[in-house]
Design a protein around this ligand. Sequence first.
Ligand code: RUQ
Ligand code: CUA
Length: 865
Amino acid sequence: MKPVLSKISSLLLGTTLAVTAIHAADGELSKVMKERGLSEIDVIRAAKTYNPTGVKDKYVVFSSGGQSGQVIVYGVPSMRILKYIAVFTPEPWQGYGYDKDSLAILRQGNVRGKEINWGDTHHPALSEIDGKYDGKWLAINDKANPRIAVLDLEDFETKQIVPNPVFKSNHGGAFFTPNSEYIIEASQYAAPYDNNYHSIDDYKESYRGGVTMWKFDHKIGRIKPKDSYTIEMPPYHQDLSDAGKGASYGWGFTNSFNTEMYTGGIEIGNPPNEAGMSRNDTDFLHVYNWKKLAEVAKDPKNVKIVNGHPIIPMEVAVKNNALFLIPEPKSPHGVDVSPDGKYMIVCGKLDTHASVYSFEKIKKQIDNKEFIGKDPYGIPILDMKKSLHGQAELGLGPLHTQYSNVDGEVYTSLYVDSQVVKWNYKDLKVLDKENVHYNIGHLAGMEGKTSDPQGDYIIALNKLAIDRFQNVGPLHPQNHQLIDISGKTMDLLVDMPLPLGEPHQAVAIRAEKLHPHVRYKMGTNSKTGKQHIGKTLAGQERIERDGNHVTIYATFVRSHINPERITVNKGDLVTMHMTNLERAQDETHGFTIGGFDQHASLEPGETTTMEFVADIEGVFPYYCTEFCSALHLEMMGYMMVKDPNKKYVSATKMKMKTMSPEELKAEYDKAVAVNAATDSVIQSVVAFLKANGFDKHETVANLVTDAFDQYGQIPAEKKKADEALKSGDVEKAILHEGMIWQLMVKTADVGIRAKDTLVTKIATKQSPAAARGATAFAEGGCNGCHVIGKVSSGPDLTGVLQRHENGEKWVSKFIMHPETMYDDAYVKGMIDYFNLKMPDQNMSEKETKDIIEYLKWIDENANLF
Ligand code: RUQ
Ligand code: CUA
């Protein structure tokens, strides 16, 4: 065997399985490699990122969705997309912006009373405790209409949008402070704080930059605008920010460009912005003590109120020794604080260096009031050289930096060179470079900006994809590339096309830190987390009319919507409260009424409301939009809108052949008999579950609860069937019996899943050999004919070792050389019965031995199959 194949196989299969599997893999693997033109290193990279079905990722990434106004969730290392979360943009799948409750969240983002239905998301941020991700909340900024949104990681939904009352754009947000006390939002393009016209000639006087510190309530996951404040800053274009931690806890850092305060005018013959804004050799890193300023802001004397929001004027911040500037190489981009908070790395797009600032050196100058001067607004300037730990020459266009688990080791993106550079910010040495395609912007490390970076991988978020993917027209997908950083040198593993927005930045968290739930407490408004006013339980469904306001309390459960007929008058305001009564995992129902631009997604236990004016006459089918069950298409009803000013004549009834009483009775008897038979299957499953202590296993117990949710509805249905029969309405009785059968099928469906799960939990543990045997049995195709516990296209193998004298030998021989035994009387009989011959599956002696062990394990657990 080729050594590389054994290496690959052990990667793919784990060492215990390697030896057996190699036999199968050797020929097959080289064949596939040849056919697909894959090199050995390709296969190793594939093995490093491949997740077999059911296997989950180690990290979860939250990426900004750029101009889509959404958040994209995917896994690492598989790079499989898990979800798009609606944030600033209506999103129909989640019903976001289409039902009343989510629309209320979207409308929180109105700017000056105007509806804004998109956003330019840049920087997602995960909440932190002690500088480490806690997996509770996610915040993200909208650069275009300066806003911050908060998402709850218990259900991955947007819960709050907060517009900035004074900024006209932002960029340097969202960034959490180390204990999620605040979320930092820095403005980008300086503009007047008020909403009035100010001539561009008054730029220096009337336009301002700034940093808003949004107070965050970590317990409930909401920004508290009333307790928040903004630090006024000069009309430089503030850019990215980061919060100090550890040694620099309490401080914030925001860099800037256009300290020239250039205002363009290309149309009147002035040189363009890009020339005027990059004229100076240096711009300013803003250093501010947010902790102190939070106290300062509490005294009304210290703030001025603009648009109802407190601003700390620059002179107040300066007087309190809480705002400073340090020169930084021109047009910088990222400022990234080290895990211990002692250093901040600033990269300048137009400079080949990364500048490593030392907080200790900065603090010393601040404490000694040692300044080289003041800017035009009176803010003290520190000496750049005295603030620097040092600079490292990295390459062209350095932008952003991420930290790793190795002390001093960092990764920086090089936009112009299209590279990631690995270097050491302590000794300032470059260690390795890796090419990416093309023009990388941000890069995302695994918890790479926390005080506990994990290393493992770096994701390159490239600005251009060019020729990497199938051409889908002039608008190309985005390209995220996964790089393995666990070795001495970097290794680019895989490309992922992202067909949405320009994802600026992404943050990655260990998957084990996330604990999302699978269902809501019954009747929850997911947007508020509280009980919904429209919560409706089974039996409480109703339609209420108050003047021309019709309120419907509806429930959803596989496979019907209650009510199924709604008649309203043209012009009525229709409020429909909908509760998904399901407890079963992933049993979401969707809801729409055609023609009214309405859609809702109802997760198990959720209640939501849609509201619209029924302003057109007609008949409007409504239905469940999620394929939720075998009778999903039947999950429908009609809304009929009548014009109150019109007279309607009912149609002449058609004459159709009806069934005779005898035929009806026969159908009824059949329905009852089928139900009795189905029920006995259910009872046998129930007996099995009880006998094997199902309630000791939580997942099984949950499934059984789901099953009994359905089963519990049967007595009421039976009562209706019997009443109908008694009153002579056999037709109706048949329909109720039919409903009983539906409920039984749903019960059995979940019940059998519960039984299978229970079997895996209580069966004796497989020996390594038996486990290998199970794999060989499945992969060798034995299960095509033999189903354990059942006679299928071949005999049941439970007890097969006991059926023959010298059973193990007999079975081994039969597996390895079946053709030599076709004349054996028993085998002959079987061939006749099944009309099939046991084929030679080319099992090796080792595999055969393992299969025998597997068969022994089956016999040990025969009672479970
Ligand atoms: S940015 S490519 Cu909007 Cu974060 Cu740097
Ligand atoms: Cu409910 Cu489809």
